[in-house]
Design a protein. Structure first.
Lengths: 247, 483
């Protein structure tokens, strides 16, 4: 379970999160919507431990552990995963090598045996197949020369392999055509289980046709201003965010 | 304290003694009196049972060296070297072993510990090794296998005795004894090194490699390597180097000469991991090396690949003289400096023949308080019509206390030549590190991965067995560098 209590954070002098409260029980998928600049990405970075984001108040507890005190890699080891809004390019670093290094780092931290190259490739190929992705994805350098859609799918591939307990997807649907969108949704739905939860950040209701959320929250000006069931997304789609910021 | 600073401090505390090759080997040694004079030069020559012409050559080199001055144009600094305080010859006292069975077990153990088993059954498949310990070669493996195809691979001191006509013809023909200060010094006092001869049309059936180890205190290592590939021959050769951790600096001044005749190919790879000194810059090897290859024949090719992670100071410019029409020169380099290391390295590509081509890919990584300079010359002579060069120099900075410098010289005296130069300087981006760490990689592993990615175009030129080793070396050498 993820519990965010009164979380405030700033970048430099700029106050971005102003007391976020949110609980995501195990087994649930929650959507976060909200206008541009509301602080959605900031929330995802603060939860994953990016440098430069200073927590000024509140707490974030995942499975009973105060995650704000942990390094990003320790959060990954604890089962958290962030699918980046803008996945980062790593020139010269092969995707297979990157994925295996990451997977083995996480497996080591969880006390599981590391995978050799052969075992890894078997696993990776199966994951690629499930996501209708080409094998050559593994040979290319991490995100280098990937189209926007390929980058997002590569995030989902990483998620599928790392099998997190809590996934945060930051606008993974943006810029995807409907087929790619379905692949992303399948990737998330395949992980659904009583011990998996997700925070799905999105601008568009259409993703939520494929990943049906348990709850929908609206983040505006650094706060959760409304929460509701899946129908809230439809309402926002129809009426927009107007009037929500001041709540 | 930010997580980064904390990680850095912890790792720095742990990594003081990270250089895992820093042990010394106890073995009875024979040393000549310290200091350098004509008598020492004569002693070395006599010890090797050399012919008169070689002694005369050494003496000429010594006489010249005394008149030369240490070069100071490189971007490196060091206190004056006390040449009279050095030992110029140190070798195991036991008589020279005639076969592997006779090699002192203490030496075999040491090489085993360094990951270079000299026992042919345990050796890396397909790699023949010449092991040079201080001033002498102590073992050369797979000589019989190689001899079957006519390949000569032996200590150069032995080649002087067994193949004097070859040595006399080629020694000093690429790097003359008066080429520069350190080449003159080497020519006067070189004690051993490897000799390789690949006859016409033979493709060497194994990788050849020399493993250099400095062990004795206050001793300079002056090895000399000579590789000759006759018409249509090809060979891939690799050298590795390590030394114990000592507080005083030690001098390593080698000369390497390569000769490639028509259609011959020589691939020369170096993984240089001499002791770099401690985190405060105390100790370490001064690596002042002259390496040059002559593409004498048409369509010949010489390719240098180097991964330089060790040494307190590195001063080396493996070069190609592209004499034969259509000949090809390549230089692929990774130079990594950390703590207080200094590297001034690069290449010279001298285009003499028509349609000669050269490629230079240099990757410099600087961390800590180190300084890393790429210095290169591309020279196109008037007759080299159709010559081409492509140069790419990339520098990666880790931290803000280090320096990266690029000094490319281009001299083109033929209007039809095409010379291209690209250079970049970058830092490891915060978002790259965070991306890796959010996937569970430690900061050190993330840096290692990114740096290896940065060097990929060079690492892929190394023979497979050594590429993996080099990757690990890069990661280990960077420990404690993040911040
Ligand atoms: N590195 C930064 N430095 C300064 N301000 C930033 C930085 N990153 C984001 N911001 C600001 O923080 C606010 C929230 O941004 P963000 O979390 O990216 O919003 P969202 O993802 O909801 O669109 C915006 O006003 C944005 O301009
Ligand atoms: Mg955003």
């Amino acid at each position: 379970m993820l519990e965010i209590k009164n979380l405030s954070a700033r970048i430099g002098d700029k106050e971005i999160l102003r007391g976020v409260n949110l609980i995501v029980p195990d087994g649930e998928i929650h959507a976060i919507m909200g206008p541009n600049g509301a602080g959605k990405s900031t929330l995802s970075y603060v939860l994953s431990g990016r440098e430069g984001y200073e927590v000024t108040g509140g707490e974030a507890i995942y499975n009973g552990q105060d995650i704000l005190a942990l390094t990003p890699e320790a959060r990954a080891a604890a089962g958290m995963f962030l699918a980046f809004q803008y996945p980062v390019e790593l020139p010269g670093v092969g995707n297979a090598n990157f994925l295996r290094t990451a997977l083995n780092a996480v497996r080591r931290a969880r006390g599981e045996a590391e995978l050799d190259a052969v075992a890894f490739l078997k696993l990776a190929r199966a994951a690629l197949k499930n996501l209708s992705m080409q094998d050559d994805m593994l040979k290319r350098n991490v995100n280098v020369g990937f189209s926007g859609g390929e980058k997002k799918r590569n995030e989902v591939l990483q998620m599928a392999l790392l099998r997190p307990g809590l996934a945060i997807l930051d606008e993974t649907d943006s810029g995807l055509d409907i087929d790619a969108l379905k692949i992303v949704a399948e990737g998330v739905n395949a992980l659904r289980s009583p011990v998996f939860s997700a925070l799905v950040i999105t601008h568009y209701q259409r993703l939520l046709d494929y990943i049906v959320p348990d709850r929908v929250h609206v983040l505006a000006a650094g706060k959760i201003v409304r929460s509701g069931g899946p129908e809230l997304a439809l309402e926002l789609e129809a009426r927009g965010y107007a009037g929500l910021e001041v709540a | 304290m930010s997580a980064t600073v904390e990680t850095r401090d912890t790792v720095e505390a742990l990594s003081v003694e990270k250089y895992k090759y820093g042990f010394t080997t106890e073995i009875a040694m024979e040393e000549f009196p310290k200091g350098l004079n004509e008598e020492i030069v004569r002693l070395i020559s006599a010890k090797k049972g050399e012919p008169d012409w070689l002694l005369a050559w050494r003496l000429k080199a010594f006489a010249l060296w005394q008149k030369l001055e240490e070069p100071h144009w490189a971007r490196v600094e060091h206190p004056p070297i006390a040449y009279d305080e050095l030992y110029y010859y140190a070798a195991p006292a036991a008589p020279a072993p005639k076969s592997l069975e006779e090699v002192d077990p203490a030496l075999l153990n040491m090489y085993e510990k360094l990951g270079i088993p000299l026992n042919e059954r345990a050796a890396l498949a397909g790699v023949a090794v010449d092991a040079v310990f201080d001033s002498v070669s102590v073992a050369t493996t797979f000589r019989e296998t190689l001899a079957k195809s006519g390949v000569i691979f032996c200590p150069i001191s032995e080649a002087v005795r067994e193949h004097p006509e070859l040595v006399r013809k080629y020694l000093g023909s690429v790097v003359p004894y008066g080429d520069n200060y350190f080449a003159a010094l080497n020519s006067a006092v070189f004690s051993d090194g490897s000799f390789v001869y690949i006859p016409k049309g033979v493709r060497c059936p194994m990788e050849l490699s020399t493993y250099f180890r400095i062990n004795a205190r206050n001793t300079g290592q002056f090895e000399r390597t000579l590789i000759i590939a006759e018409e249509g021959a090809s060979v891939s050769y690799l050298e590795g180097c390590t030394a114990p951790m000592r507080d005083e600096n030690q001098l390593h001044a080698a000369v390497v000469e390569l000769v490639a005749m028509d259609d011959a190919k020589i691939k020369y790879s170096t993984v240089q991991n001499w002791y770099p000194g401690d985190a405060q810059g105390k100790g370490g090897i001064y690596n002042f090396v002259t390496k040059r290859g002559a593409c004498r024949g048409k369509n010949s090719k010489i390719s240098w690949t180097q991964v330089e992670t060790g040494s307190a100071i590195t001063w080396k410019y493996p070069s190609c003289i592209l004499q034969g029409d259509g000949s090809v020169g390549e230089f692929y380099s990774v130079a990594m400096t950390h703590n207080h290391q200094q590297a001034d390295t690069g290449t010279k590509m001298i285009h003499i023949g028509k349609n000669t081509t050269s490629t230079i890919i240099s990757k410099g990584i600087s961390a800590g308080h180190s300084n890393n300079t790429y210095r290169g010359l591309v020279k196109i002579m008037p007759n080299a019509s159709g010559a081409r060069n492509y140069t790419q120099c990339d520098s990666l900075l880790i931290g803000d206390q280090c320096g990266a410098h690029t000094v490319p010289y281009i001299e083109s005296r033929n209007a039809s030549a095409k010379v291209e130069h690209e250079a970049t300087t970058s830092k490891i981006a915060e978002d790259q590190l965070f991306y890796c760490r959010s996937r569970g990689l430690s900061e050190e592993d993330a840096v290692g991965l990114i740096v290896n990615g940065f060097c990929k175009d060079v690492l892929k030129e190394l023979p497979m067995e050594f590429a993996v080793e080099a990757q690990k070396l890069l990661a280990v050498s960077l420990e404690g560098s993040v911040g």
